[in-house]
Design a protein around this ligand. Structure first.
Ligand code: GLN
Length: 231
């Protein structure tokens, strides 16, 4: 798209927010993960190279970053919602996601029912935030929004917050290396991730959807799923 952050036609600019393993995270200077492999595949199709633009998740999920021309496409474990479909062009689904409740190891919290009076950390602009806002009153907790999953993990570790609600697969990955955090409840929200493009960029949207059709059909998707997510 000629309105992209980089005017260079040989570049596919990709907005994302890290850490969000196994979908996107930094390995040294490199951005890697399930989403990044799919973006490289898309760039190959287009004879372009990927250039990652790291930006707040909220500016991605609101459509602000894309529609301001900051990047051509967003790859951010972004759940497809009606609001987002209105704000941006959203691809077909490529991953089925749920939420999870995570607490510091040793916490007395075993489920949503135990959150009364606690602060619950969420990522700004996420579906986890929306879920928490919708349920805060019923369970009697207070919602606190953070910029990144890294900030949330720190807030849990230091005891600044008592719990967090965010995407299940990312929590599963993060708690593997954080023994001070534990996952106590899966919250089945039945979300689906999609890639987002600028609202009127039907050309790039067609390319993404075709790329996904291809990798679903030729076994690449299953391979990448196994590589990044496991069974
Ligand atoms: N899947 C969630 C959403 O779209 C969270 C994504 C994220 O935090 N990167 O809101």
């Amino acid at each position: 798209a000629c309105t992209s952050g980089s005017d260079d036609d040989s570049t596919l600019t990709v907005c994302t927010n890290v850490p969000f393993a196994p979908f996107e995270y930094k390995d040294g200077d490199e951005y890697v993960g399930f989403d990044m492999d799919l973006m490289n595949r898309l760039a190959d199709r287009l004879d372009q190279t990927v250039e990652v633009v790291e930006i707040s998740f909220e500016s991605i999920s609101s459509g602000e970053a894309l529609n301001a021309g900051t990047c051509d496409i967003a790859a951010a474990g972004l759940s497809i919602t009606e609001e987002r479909q209105d704000a941006m062009g959203m691809s077909q689904a490529y991953y089925r996601a749920d939420q999870a409740l995570v607490v510091p190891t040793g916490s007395a919290v075993a489920s949503l029912d135990d959150l009364s009076g606690l602060q619950v950390a969420v990522q700004s602009g996420s579906t986890g935030e929306a879920y928490a806002n919708d349920n805060a009153e019923q369970y009697g907790f207070e919602v606190r929004a953070f910029e990144s999953m890294g900030d949330i993990a720190s807030a849990l570790s230091t005891g600044a917050v008592g719990a967090s609600i965010a995407d299940l697969a990312t929590w599963n990955e993060m708690i593997e290396t954080a023994s001070d955090l534990q996952l106590v409840q899966t919250i089945e929200t039945a979300e689906h991730y999609g890639f987002a493009v600028q609202k009127d960029d039907t050309e790039l949207l067609d390319e993404v959807n075709t790329m996904l059709d291809e990798i679903f059909a030729d076994g690449t998707y299953a391979e990448l799923y196994e590589k990044w997510i496991g069974e």
